[in-house]
Design a binder for this molecule. Structure first.
Ligand code: NAD
Ligand code: UGA
Length: 454
């Protein structure tokens, strides 16, 4: 057996733990990287030919490193015992019960992990917060571990900024890697240790170091800023629809200003994903708990506008289609929360399908990667929903198409063929503004983009 220079453990083999550790293993064959999880099915999938998550480029990375210096198992105890560095990448969802329900982060998985680390550790360890956590969580971790920042354990903050669908590119060439630590001698030594891992492939100037609390807060703020841009342009899309302005042109003109920048200004049916909403609500809760009501209200509005945008999309369909959707069929083109992922956590599709079913509409869901997840998300809607992967079959006999995910394949469909198979008048609601609206109009569709004249 090879003697590895360092032994790295990651607790939590999800969307973050799996890809981030696979990248470390790929770039650092001198380290042993062991990823553990309490979910044996997930671990089996990581050890199989069918990985548990879809992410472009992930298979190549995993298949190259797996068995060489990348290992997946459920043996958490052994993993902790032998590790020098432990990344904690467990889920930190929004709390659904008790104080802070619907707002605060649920830290029970996080705390269980901390206790398990304490129980199984026989040697000094560096513990790295990879999960997104409220500010000062590292302090709670230290208290559970019984350390005051000196001695056996050092706790670092190293939030992850990858986006799904581009995770492998983001990990290969990150805009920055952020590492927060105590600014004591021992804290800085631990920080240097983590810097030296990333320095195997990330340029030094892209490795940003700071104190622990600033690092923890930066992650929440980065997500809040990103989501805020989407809510800002989505709010403007509503005004565009009233005034005849075109939101894409407005975004282009505004984004040309170097101070504003052109990224993350695509108007949509609303943002989804497991993190934006939860992290903003976490920030809002944090502000309220420090008595910062105005600050909390300001950030909460980002989430409110997102809810408004989803509802606006549904009402637009309802009003356009003669104020009744009962008995009509609407085909949702795309269900994943964004393209190039099968992830459906917090996808606008869930809300939209539920609202359409409430209107007694029949919903046909189509998606190249997310149908298995969609079936779980929408199981309570029973027969009101059907699931058809082939977009042509899905659209047949429908009254309307609603594009919810910006999959490239939807840009390339034969819309004449689709139009001919649909009930007339046929409608298109382009929740991503990805289709050629003029061409669709010429075919005979009634076309309703977001934030543009119909
Ligand atoms: P996930 O739900 O996909 O994965 C978390 C994994 O942790 C699960 O497989 C779960 O079984 C496991 N787990 C929970 N408790 C455990 C325990 N006690 N021991 C061992 N395993 C345990 O979540 P995710 O999307 O990977 O997110 C993880 C964290 O990273 C969250 O805090 C999230 O906010 C943050 N984050 C996510 C993304 C993203 O794109 N998904 C990006 C950046 C940051
Ligand atoms: C986001 C952040 O981009 C990552 O930096 C962060 O690490 C991650 O959250 C996290 O903490 O989980 P992700 O949610 O995977 O990543 O994907 P994004 O590309 O940010 O898209 C989020 C949502 O916003 C999607 O529904 C997307 O369609 C929507 N979006 C994005 C828009 O509606 N308009 C845009 O211009 C951009």
């Amino acid at each position: 057996m090879t003697d590895f220079e360092k032994k790295i453990l990651c607790i939590g083999a999800g969307y973050v733990g799996g890809p981030t550790m696979a990248m470390i293993a790929l770039k650092c064959p001198q380290y042993k990287v062991h990823v553990v999880d309490i979910n044996p099915d997930r671990i089996d999938a990581w050890n199989s030919q069918e990985l548990p998550i879809y992410e472009p480029g992930l298979e190549e990375v995993v298949f190259e490193a797996r068995g060489r210096n990348l290992f997946f198992s459920t043996d958490i105890q052994e993993g902790i015992e032998e590790a020098d560095i432990i990344f904690v990448s467990v889920n930190t969802p929004t709390k659904t019960f008790g104080e802070g329900a619907g707002m605060a982060a649920d830290l029970q998985y996080w705390e269980k992990t901390a206790r398990q680390i304490l129980e199984c550790s026989k040697s000094p360890k560096i513990i790295v917060e990879k999960s997104t956590v409220p500010v000062r969580t590292a302090q709670a971790m230290e208290r559970i571990l019984g350390t005051d920042g000196s001695g056996k354990f050092q706790v670092l903050s190293n939030p992850e900024f990858l986006a799904e669908g581009t995770a492998i590119e983001d990990l290969k060439c990150p805009d920055r890697v952020l590492i927060g630590s105590r600014l004591t001698e021992e804290g800085l030594k631990a920080r240097d240790e983590l810097v030296s891992i990333y320095a195997n492939w990330v340029p030094k100037e892209n490795i940003v170091t700071s104190d622990t609390w600033s690092s923890e807060l930066s992650k929440l703020v980065a997500n809040a800023f990103l989501a805020q841009r989407i809510s800002s342009i989505n709010a403007i899309s509503a005004l565009c629809e009233k005034t005849g302005a075109d939101v894409s042109r407005v975004a282009y003109a505004v984004g040309k200003d170097g101070r504003i920048g052109d990224k993350f200004l695509k108007s949509s049916v609303g943002f989804g994903g497991s993190c934006f909403k939860k992290d903003i609500l976490n920030l809002v809760y944090l502000c309220r708990s420090y008595g910062l009501q105005e600050v909390a209200d300001y950030w909460e509005q980002v989430v409110k506008i997102n809810e408004y945008q989803k509802e606006r999309f549904v009402l637009n369909m309802l009003h356009t289609m003669f104020d009744t959707l009962a008995g009509k069929r609407i085909c949702l083109l795309g269900f994943a929360f964004k393209a190039d992922t099968g992830d459906t956590r917090e996808t606008p599709g869930i809300y939209i399908a539920q609202r359409l079913a409430e209107e007694h509409c029949r919903v046909v869901v189509s998606d190249p990667q997310a149908l298995d997840n969609a079936k779980i998300d929408l199981k309570d809607l029973g027969d009101a929903v059907s699931y058809v992967e082939d977009p042509y079959e899905a659209a047949a006999d429908c009254d309307a198409l609603a594009v919810l995910t910006e999959w490239n394949l939807y840009k390339e469909l034969d819309y004449t063929k689709i139009y001919n198979s649909m009930t007339k008048p046929a409608f298109v609601f382009d929740g991503r503004n990805i289709l050629d609206h003029q061409a669709l109009h010429d075919i005979g569709f009634n076309v309703f983009p977001i934030g543009k004249p119909a």
